[in-house]
Design a protein around this ligand. Structure first.
Ligand SMILES: *Cc1c(COP(=O)(O)O)cnc(C)c1O
Length: 440
């Protein structure tokens, strides 16, 4: 009998060639069919949203940059007409927006949503158990000595390519926890330095992201007062990300942007292990059902979620198994094996995944700067190829046709989720721009 190796499916064959392409998810079902009975559910997102509200006074006290938004960590919804014009010319249909998570305070990336939420959830559990607060307290009390002495007895640990570590490390340390971040090889030096400045212990590993997670998991298991944030499985991270959907729905309402049968919403999300984009996409499906179409973006060198979703019969498949090297300038997306939770939840909900190479990332990063003056990191630039992959590939055309969307495209909303960039040092950013500018 032939093995899977000898009989790769079409997606696997294309992944091996490293050619960028758009994969359509054959397992997607109508939202009304897929969502009922699924766990987590909409109530879990509401609970996470309520937790953010309870913590708002504390966040204002600890991070003055959140005072303007009442202690809520949220990003803007920005129209990007000049970018749209530059990439589509006169044929421009629909409306393009950037969801500006590159500017999220405290963490400077989408990880502010999931990572900070999980730290707050753990802190809340401890504080409720040991008494400094109850659910109706003003949580600003958690900045006072009794709570800080409690938190100081615990270590919060995480494995990261950089950005998750920045969100967890900075928040854990601000609350008074000991914070430990296990960094993979591609983590940037400036991210390590920023963490150390915040009092975080940075442990460097020569291996990839999976190895850093494994090392962190093991170290935490050996210590009863250590809490490990597990990016490959965490529900708390996932729900922190999902709250973004409720906030976005409100922003669209305020901007008078309708979403419905005649106005489909297309959302393009950079994807690493899959936690952030799947949490956000899950929330969006809860809010907008079949009127939202979610696509993930992965580097051609690290398409771990695409590899897993296109081969459900090979649980735990890595990009190395496909002969890929997981080496990309998109450090936030350099992940070899997908999150189980992300794959499980996305299997009936996700529209598709596209891949792109590093040149496309730098080109996108440069174009966003030239046309809109927006500064992002290479990982975040993955989203910008989304509309072209949908509108100008045979697979994208097929998707529009099969879903009866062709007539509605004039009113379509395309949302590019720019997931990081705020704290990139000038020197690094100028290098990114120069590389993008030099491309043909
Ligand atoms: C982490 C990250 C992502 C993807 O999130 P995952 O949960 O790893 O899929 C995307 N962009 C940036 C900038 C990130 O840091």
């Amino acid at each position: 009998m032939p093995t899977v190796e000898e009989m790769p499916d079409e997606a696997t064959r294309t992944l091996r060639t490293r050619q960028p392409f758009l994969w359509l998810n054959p397992a997607r079902r109508p939202a009304a069919d897929a969502l009922p009975g699924m766990l987590p559910d909409a109530a879990a997102i509401e609970a996470a949203s309520a937790r953010w509200q309870r913590f708002a006074p504390l966040l204002m006290a600890l991070f003055p940059e959140t005072v303007a938004t009442g202690g809520i960590i949220e990003s803007g919804l920005l129209a990007v007409p000049a970018l749209q014009q530059a990439l589509t010319g006169q044929s421009a249909e629909g409306k393009w927006f950037v969801k500006a998570d590159h500017a999220l305070p405290i963490a400077g990336s989408v990880k502010a949503r999931g990572g900070i939420h999980e730290v707050l959830e753990f802190a809340e559990k401890l504080a409720l158990e040991h008494g400094p607060i109850d659910l109706s307290s003003d949580y600003a009390a958690l900045a006072a000595p009794p709570a800080r002495q409690l938190f100081a007895r615990y270590t919060i640990a995480v494995g990261s390519t950089g950005n998750l570590g920045m969100s967890i490390g900075v928040m854990a340390s601000a609350l008074g926890f000991r914070a430990q971040v296990h960094m993979s090889a591609e983590a940037k030096e400036w991210k390590k330095q920023r963490l150390r400045r915040h009092g975080v212990e940075v442990i460097e590993h020569a291996g990839d992201y999976g190895a850093a997670v494994e090392a962190g998991r093991r170290a935490a298991q050996a210590d009863a007062c250590s809490y490990f944030v597990d990016d490959e499985r965490s529900l708390s991270l996932f729900l922190g990300y999902a709250v973004a959907a409720l906030r976005l729905a409100e922003q669209l309402r305020q901007a008078a942007v309708a979403v419905g049968p005649q106005a489909p919403l297309f959302v393009y999300l950079p994807c690493g292990v899959g936690g952030a984009p799947s949490g956000i996409a899950f929330g969006l499906k809860q809010v907008f059902g079949d009127h939202v179409h979610c696509f993930f973006a992965e580097p051609t060198a690290s398409p771990c979620v695409l590899a897993q979703m296109s081969q459900p019969g090979r649980p735990g498949i890595t990009v190395y198994d496909l002969g890929l090297d997981n080496r990309t300038a998109a450090d936030g997306l350099a992940v070899a094996r997908a999150s189980e939770l992300a794959v499980r939840v996305m299997t009936p909900l996700l529209s598709g995944i596209f891949t792109l190479d590093d040149d496309a990332l730098f080109r996108n990063l440069y174009l966003l700067h030239e046309n809109e003056g927006i500064r992002i990191e290479p990982s975040a630039a993955a989203a910008i190829s989304g509309p072209q992959m949908l509108l100008h590939t045979p697979a994208g055309q097929q998707y529009l046709k099969e879903n009866g969307l062709e007539q509605a495209m004039a009113n379509a909303v395309h949302l590019l989720w720019t997931t990081g960039g705020l704290f990139v040092p000038d020197e690094d950013y100028l290098g990114f721009l120069a590389r993008g500018r030099a491309l043909p």
